[in-house]
Design a protein around this ligand. Structure first.
Ligand code: ATP
Ligand code: MG
Length: 373
């Protein structure tokens, strides 16, 4: 088998494949150790989930904490939430204790679940059948009672937390908050990419989660440290590259973690002994060509004015005032009100994001492709 590509783009393996985030890890761990919840936010694909896994990896080595990670992006209601959370509990118990079935029996009946086992893998599967919302609400408090009954401290990371806002149940925030509030020994990491929704959950006066967690906004990795990390991985695998060339690539990709990881994953795959500027240019070009069919299809997802605005933002790389005379004139856009409407649609579709008072195209490769049009 070929050796592992050190530039991971899906899962977390260990600290060796994870660049830095020392300060952020320490802050989160310290908050947890001092009994505070934390909200982790950043634009998409910058490394929130990776950071949670990284922290769990470190905590797992040194403590007796129980660590649960759930991603609630695919959940649509409280029942889904309960299913994902109870699945995580069962998986964790299965890992920790031999006699886990006896331990979770009360929980299973408390949440009115049916436990079956996958015929082939033997993996336990939960089925929930709730007649009404009261069943779900009651189950939620059963789960939290379960946490309270355990002697170990639980750290529960809820990724894509803003998803709860779209649940149809009334007062979902108050319901979760009440349950969470009573967990004196346990702590929570809430994470997500929708800054606007997350900050309003946690900082709007009068909302249930108001000031119930510290905020940590994840920024881009430090370019020097990131390039050093990349150089180390390449050189120990006998691929030589000039560090300035790495820095150039990182800058070209706006130091957006996923895109940088992806680029170097592809570069590593070429297994060149001496990586030159030509190889880099070749790869930049190839990646855009390969993704072109997706980018053309994006054209059908947006109106022509929206596409024109996307192209203009990409060509500028970042734009402060999308309705300035200069910008509108330069790219022959329609009047300001129409640009505003398009901008809102692009933000809603997560094709564009707003950061440090500037608008940028979210997908870095797409932005590079648009720039060339
Ligand atoms: N510090 C790091 N060092 C190396 N790779 C990283 C680092 N942080 C993240 N990555 C990698 O970058 C990619 C994107 O990170 P991740 O999925 O954690 O971002 P995210 O902010 O959770 O994105 P989303 O908002 O889409 O859920 C992943 O493939 C991850 O493995
Ligand atoms: Mg994530």
């Amino acid at each position: 088998m070929k050796e592992l590509n050190p530039f991971l783009i899906t899962d977390y393996i260990s600290t060796d494949y994870f660049c830095n985030r020392k300060i952020e890890s320490e802050r989160i761990i310290s908050a947890i150790e001092n009994g505070r919840n934390i909200t982790l936010l950043s634009i998409r694909r910058l490394g929130k989930t990776g950071l949670i896994k990284h922290i769990f990896y470190k905590l797992n080595k040194k403590s007796k904490l129980r660590l649960l990670y759930i991603d609630i992006l695919p959940t649509n209601n409280l029942k889904d939430f309960i299913k994902v959370l109870s699945d995580a509990i069962i998986k964790d118990e299965q890992k920790k204790s031999g006699n886990y079935l006896r331990k979770i029996a009360k929980l299973i009946s408390g949440i009115k679940a049916n436990l079956t086992f996958d015929e082939f893998s033997g993996i336990p599967k939960l089925e929930l059948d709730y007649k009404n919302s009261y069943d779900a609400i009651n189950s939620l408090s059963q789960i939290f009672s379960y946490f309270a009954e355990q002697k170990e401290k639980y750290i529960i990371a809820i990724d894509e937390f803003q998803q709860i806002i779209s649940y149809p149940e009334k007062n979902i925030e108050a319901l979760l908050r009440t349950n969470i509030q009573h967990q004196h020994k346990d702590n929570f990491i809430f994470s997500g990419s929708n800054k606007h929704l997350l900050t309003s959950i946690f900082s709007d006066y009068g909302r249930p989660f108001y000031q119930s967690a510290d905020f940590l906004e994840l920024k881009r990795l430090d370019i020097s440290e990131y390039s050093q990390f990349i150089e180390n991985h390449l050189t120990i695998r006998k691929q030589n590259i000039d560090i300035d060339l790495i820095k150039e690539v990182i800058q070209y990709l706006d130091c957006h973690t996923f895109y940088v990881q992806y680029f170097f994953n592809r570069l590593f795959e070429l297994r060149e002994k001496n990586i030159t500027k030509e190889t880099i240019e070749y790869l930049k070009h190839n990646i855009l060509i390969e993704k072109e069919y997706i980018y053309y299809s994006y054209r059908n997802l947006v109106t022509s004015s929206q596409f024109q605005l996307l192209e203009a933002i990409a060509k500028e790389k970042s734009v402060k005032e999308t309705t300035s005379h200069e910008f509108i004139g330069k790219y022959k856009l329609k009047q300001a009100s129409s640009v505003n409407r398009s901008l809102k649609a692009l933000l809603d579709k997560e094709l564009v994001y707003f950061e440090n008072l500037e608008y940028k195209v979210y997908d870095v490769f797409f932005s590079k492709w648009l720039e060339k049009l």
